[in-house]
Design a protein around this ligand. Structure first.
Ligand code: SF4
Length: 262
């Protein structure tokens, strides 16, 4: 559902109207998602001309403003450059500018900082957080990095085998995880308050083949809390004792503080 509309019922043309206009996207690796043979300027103005019907001059002016907004200095010169002439961080800033071009209501960022080094990662995340708050845009970040989640997320959806298995505020997910997969994920993260020699606890086993899922809980083969009931049906997302906090596990209510301890 997006803005009251079921996206699965839209035609390809209706979806095309939404993409890049009301829903912006920031991809993982800007070098492979930007077009290498078009200038940065053309890649921003194209969106504006397609979705907003802007004239080339108006689109160019807006593109300059957008580069300024994402912190790229000397915007006029940068607009004439190609992706390979920009650093990784700058390319990701350009991607953000493209995503912002048509004043979207939602931006989806798929592992937006994985390809960047750590200091640049923080700058890009701060920029995305600051701009989306300032411009009143919802931001969905897809990430494997639990440090990023802890620092930037308001709400967290934990996904396993293509489904949401736990959903709640960031505080609830970190302090009171109610799904065995979330608990296992939190245990697998290196922590500064553990002895240096302490071994990490990986989530044992492999993710399932999504084409061969049976009718039971998909996490069952890797779950240390699994019982027979877990094979009988797929556990639905159910409200836990905290408002707004749901988990898809038959034994969620039985998990103790010791089970949850990371
Ligand atoms: S339903 Fe069973 S197998 Fe699935 S996560 Fe809960 S305890 Fe583990």
């Amino acid at each position: 559902m997006f803005d009251g509309r079921d996206l699965l019922t839209l035609s390809e043309e209706e979806m095309r109207q939404l993409r890049g206009s009301q829903i912006g996207m920031i991809f993982q690796e800007p070098m492979t998602s930007l077009n290498p043979v078009l200038t940065i300027g053309r890649q921003i103005t194209e969106t504006l001309e397609q979705h907003r019907g802007a004239t080339p001059a108006a689109a160019n002016k807006r593109a300059e403003e957008l580069l300024g907004l994402v912190g790229i200095a000397d915007a006029g010169r940068r607009l004439r450059q190609y992706p390979h002439q920009l650093s990784g961080g700058m390319r990701q800033r350009a991607m953000i500018a493209i995503a912002l071009a048509c004043d979207p209501k939602l931006i989806i960022a798929d592992e937006p900082t994985t390809a960047l080094d750590v200091t640049i990662q923080a700058q890009i995340l701060e920029l995305m957080k600051d701009l989306t708050q300032r411009l009143n845009i919802a931001l969905v970040v897809i990430t494997h990095n639990l440090g990023v989640v802890a620092r930037y997320a308001t709400r967290v959806n934990v996904m396993y085998a293509g489904r949401i298995v736990e959903s709640g505020s960031a505080a609830a997910i970190y302090h009171n995880p109610r799904h065995p997969y979330t608990i296992a994920l939190l245990r697998s993260v290196p922590r500064l308050d553990r002895p240096r020699q302490a071994r990490l606890e990986p989530v044992e086993g492999q993710p399932p083949d999504l084409t061969r899922l049976d009718g039971g809980c998909a996490f069952r083969p890797r779950c240390r809390f699994a019982t027979e009931v877990c094979a009988t049906a797929r556990p639905p997302l159910t409200l836990t004792s905290e408002p707004g906090h749901t988990a898809a596990c038959f034994h969620s209510a039985d998990l103790t503080k010791t089970d949850q301890a990371a």
